[in-house]
Design a protein around this ligand. Sequence first.
Ligand code: ADP
Ligand code: ASP
Ligand code: MG
Length: 599
Amino acid sequence: MALIVQKYGGTSVGTVERIQAVVKRVIHTVQAGNSVVMVVSAMGKSTDGLVKLASEISDSPSRREMDMLLATGEQVSMALVSMALQEAGQPAISLTGAQVGIITEANHTRARILNIETTRLKKHLQEGKVIVVAGFQGVSNTEDLEITTLGRGGSDTSAVALAAALKADFCEIYTDVPGILTTDPRLVPEAQLMAEITSDEMLELASLGAKVLHPRAVEIAKNYGVPLVVRSSWTDEPGTWVKSPVPQPRSIEGLELARPVDGVEFDLDQAKVALLRVPDRPGVASRLFGDIANNQLDVDLIIQSIHEGNSNDISFTVTKDSLNRAESVSSAILPALGMSESEESSVLVETAIAKVSISGAGMIGRPGVAAQMFSALADAGVNIQMISTSEVKVSCVVDAAMCEVAIATLQKQFELTTAPVSPTKPTVLDDKPVRGVALDLKQARLAIRHVPDRPGMAAGIFKLLADNTISVDMIIQSQRCRNVNDTMTRDIAFTVAQMDAEAARKVLEGVQASMGFGEVVVDDSIAKVSIVGSGMIGHPGTAAKMFDALFKEGINIQMIATSEIKVSCLVADADAIKALKAVHEAFQLSGKTLTKVPA
Ligand code: ADP
Ligand code: ASP
Ligand code: MG
């Protein structure tokens, strides 16, 4: 007999008929000898309906009142589901987050779970009841009982957190698609179902726009080793398992707020190549990385910064022994692009660099963590040359001579007792370099012009944003330094959620004079297309193939950022779907079976 947590999303409980179908499945599970804790979302799109009502009353409703409002959606479905179970003869009880004892931070509309009481749940399970818990909600503490919500899509997180607290045998997420597919089947019906995916890959996909799982749910599954599966509410197909390595034992206390960083990694075997002032037009990245791949050179980080005028800077890192060949390939393509080194364009190489990273599955949605890293490095006098962020890692390229200082600083900052290590290889499930493609249409790009090039600037900027709870993605500093009024400056560009863009601009403009940077430019007509796969390490040419697919569609790449297991490109939002389809096709992820998503 197993203890199973089953979560049903909005569509799955969207009508009375669907609730009855869900009840059948639950009763079937109980009759097979299992105990079931259900977590339910609000019916259909009712949360969107509540958000709309609020917006008709106020442009900026208080976050506390939003929580009071939004938490009601789940209360409707939990009661109806519990009634339907009772009607079918199955003893059941519905409980709100407060009644269970799901304790969260007091941070309204985006609270993290701190602890979950299990006494009451265990008592009802002992009585043979199915428990129906309202997803997406908790309370700030047991005295004030302030209702909080976890952020849109947060019922997945409620479910996995309950599974971790109850040490359930597994957690099933029932939804309107057959499982996790190679991309969103609503946009690309040829997308194919995966039987399994690693938690690191799913963390990236979820954070890059694949809303089939809430990223924090994957984070908890990884940290606590909760077996997690995504399945269709309409069929008995096996769905997709999210695979996590066996974790270190962890207390349930501080559930989502426990130590975000588990370790420091460093790599001294890297060298940097930067191409300055290459033309800003489709095909440049494709040509460069195509030639690099043809020479069997494995590229690690790739960064392309925003363009100034009509040129771009592209920089990348390779292992030291590949540097000479990477440099000659890079120099050779300049004439091919109609540029000569004597003109504006140039190739710079740097061998004395080190990549220093912090890693851990607790950084999602916690903008303060990367900011803390940048501040600590700045305080220790370490200048950051390149930044690369993923959901589980933040890496900085620094001067090799500062590597030891950087490591010691980060060990201290994040209170780590484990020794720093060379980069660890992630788990690879099959020989495909790319397993999934994600599209995020809800991002905006901010560019800060002419940021003085000295330690502490990135730290100051990202700490300020973090203090305003603005999460930042795709941080890129330009390689090129420009002399503005006798100060060497660089541009810094990054992406944020569209809803945070204006707030970010205001906050930054507030410190423009004191920090001494130039204009802050917002662009929200962008989209981010990303490829994800643990197998891309050791598959030279993966990034080149993506760039080539975009080039063949005539799509210009505005920004590039990579981590070990992902490559993200910013493109114009008008090109988004075309870009997604082209990239999905280029990696042969399409299949013959088409997935129809129920309305
Ligand atoms: P629920 O209400 O059940 O939580 P969501 O709408 O939050 O459902 O998530 C399911 C949706 O996620 C699917 O209908 C699909 O459109 C979308 N989706 C995006 N990317 C993927 C992907 N890679 N695989 C499966 N579904 C995806
Ligand atoms: N009902 C909430 C939302 O629509 C939570 C969820 O469905 O996961 O965001
Ligand atoms: Mg969801």
